[in-house]
Design a protein around this ligand. Structure first.
Ligand SMILES: CC(C)(COP(=O)(O)OP(=O)(O)OC[C@H]1O[C@@H](n2cnc3c(N)ncnc32)[C@H](O)[C@@H]1OP(=O)(O)O)[C@@H](O)C(=O)NCCC(=O)NCCS
Length: 170
């Protein structure tokens, strides 16, 4: 049994810890550009960090999730992308990532978002309701790795793009 995790919005004094957690989480990750910590910084700098939640354990930040707006070629508004999501390696597999995802999705619903997409392992994200939807795609990745969850029942078709911050290299 682990201690209770506190999930809360990021504050100004959390920025260095978030960078550290993100870099450490992805260091040995199978699918990683190793730029995820820069992506989070760039999203914040460009006012694209719609939701940024930290998971705190005993006052230390051990996890983080970012949510940012995505563009749909079909023109649908109010769609978001989940990620990067990061849990410090020594705290992975204890349910902290799941708590962060659930909290971020419920915050999106409160904001009346249309839905959320995610690029990642289908075995992991399927448990939150994400599914592959034929016709909604992200170029360059196997289709099963790109999933969407609609809060309003409609899934747009076409191509999804993330903000340019996802190309950040420093
Ligand atoms: C992926 C990640 C956010 C999951 O958070 P977590 O707190 O470790 O996961 P949870 O404890 O909530 O969930 C555990 C489940 O996720 C699975 N899981 C853990 N890491 C996973 C990963 N990288 N890919 C797929 N599944 C993963 C576990 O096998 C476990 O499955 P089970 O419940 O069927 O046994 C975290 O492991 C992480 O930071 N990994 C490195 C960075 C990364 O890969 N981020 C996601 C990129 S899409």
């Amino acid at each position: 049994m682990r201690d209770k995790i506190n999930i809360r919005q990021e504050g100004n004094s959390d920025i260095n810890s978030i960078r550290y957690v993100t870099e450490a989480a992805f260091k040995n990750a199978e699918h990683s550009s190793h730029t995820e910590h820069w992506i989070v910084d760039a999203l914040r700098r460009n006012n694209q960090l719609s939701i940024s939640l930290v998971a705190e354990l005993d006052g230390n930040i051990v996890g983080h999730v970012a949510i940012s707006p995505v563009s749909m070629s079909a023109g649908a508004d109010d769609w978001y992308g989940l990620g990067p999501i990061s849990i410090l390696p020594e705290h992975q597999g204890k349910g902290i990532g799941s708590e962060l995802v659930r909290e971020a999705l419920s915050e999106l619903k409160v904001r009346h978002a249309q839905g959320c997409v995610v690029l990642g392992d289908p075995n992991y994200y399927g448990r939150f309701g994400f599914k592959v939807h034929e016709g909604l795609f992200y170029p360059g990745v196997p289709p099963e790795y790109f999933q969407a969850l609609s809060f309003q029942g409609r899934i747009p078709i076409g191509e999804v793009s993330y903000h340019d911050s996802f190309h950040a290299t420093e």
